[in-house]
Design a protein around this ligand. Structure first.
Ligand code: F6R
Length: 242
């Protein structure tokens, strides 16, 4: 694991965007694994800027997002599909047919997850997988558990995740209780994993991811075994790693 220190959120976002941009420049047909949440918004803004400056061409890139809330259709403003359009896809020249997010509106969990695994595998897994990290060490929506998950599956979100994500909803009762998420096996198959984290709320999770025992109670700790994992985190998120 390589740990890159960033001064603050802006610095983290620029550094992460630079790595993703390098991937797109070196391989214009690359497969990107993408994340939602507050952390990657600045990274996406920097990618949009680079595209507007004429430095990046996304026309042949394909993307696979980590997760989606169950019960939300693609055009629901709270869905991760909508988030990706608003924060990235609508502002770059990506072919939207090449962007993929699990279908949260399909109540058949088994079929939805099997289909998502099939298309990610068919794409050859991400060249670069971008990850945020939950306060409890989750990646994607792989919540702390007694074993590491494998492929895409339906999860019951923990109370801590529901509470953390309620900031984006009118009230906590509106936060879906379940999500479809890529599993650890899929994430570990990415050629490169890029984790971004900022703020002191992430400090314990970042410490446990990088230096704690590798155990499913901190799903991100499995990344210590990934051969090509880069963590870009700001001062506050790295405050327990000194
Ligand atoms: C989102 C995702 C989650 C988030 C994590 C951190 O697609 O997979 O694992 O990365 O919950 O969320 P933020 O960035 O909002 O703190």
């Amino acid at each position: 694991m390589r740990i890159v220190h960033a001064a603050d959120y802006e610095d983290m976002s620029r550094k992460a965007a630079n790595l993703i941009a390098a991937q797109v420049v070196m391989d214009p047909c690359c497969v990107l694994g993408l994340a939602t949440g507050s952390t990657p918004i600045g990274t996406y803004q920097n990618l949009i800027k680079a595209y507007e400056a004429g430095d990046l061409d996304f026309s042949q890139v394909s993307t696979y997002n980590l997760d989606e809330y169950c019960g939300l259709s693609h055009d629901d403003p709270q869905s991760y599909h909508y988030f990706m359009k608003e924060n990235l896809f609508d502002h770059i020249n990506i072919d939207q047919a090449n962007t993929h997010v699990p279908d949260g509106s399909n109540p058949d969990a088994e079929a939805t997850c099997a289909e998502y695994d099939r298309i990610v595998e068919e794409a050859g897994y991400p060249d670069l997988q971008l990850l945020g990290i939950g306060n409890n060490g989750h990646i994607g929506f792989n919540e702390p558990d007694t074993c590491f998950s494998k492929g895409t599956h339906c999860v019951d979100l923990t109370e801590s995740t529901i509470e953390a994500n309620s900031r984006l909803f009118d009230n906590i009762e509106d936060v879906p209780r379940q999500a479809y998420t890529m599993g650890i096996h899929t994430i570990m198959n990415a050629y490169m994993v890029l984790v971004i984290a900022n703020g002191e709320k992430k400090a314990q999770a970042v410490h446990d991811m990088c230096f704690g025992p590798i155990q499913p109670s901190c799903p991100a700790s499995i990344l210590q075994l990934h051969p090509n994992c880069v963590v870009i985190a700001d001062d506050a998120a790295l405050s327990l790693c000194k």
